[in-house]
Design a protein around this ligand. Sequence first.
Ligand SMILES: [Zn+2]
Length: 70
Amino acid sequence: MKKAFIILGLFIGGIAACTSTKTGETTLEVAPETATVRYQCPMKCQGDTAYTTAGKCPVCKMDLKEVKAE
Ligand SMILES: [Zn+2]
């Protein structure tokens, strides 16, 4: 019986590891409007949503563009 639980645990753990590494690549932190430097999709896929770090747009995969607050 114990063995089944271990296998199940490994199985669930494997899935969790897979999904976490998958999202880890594209994890972007949404920047508050008060942030001095924000990164935004040039196509504005997500409207005014901007991120704290450079990366790729989760919608169109384009490189995010630096947006400076005025
Ligand atoms: Zn986009």
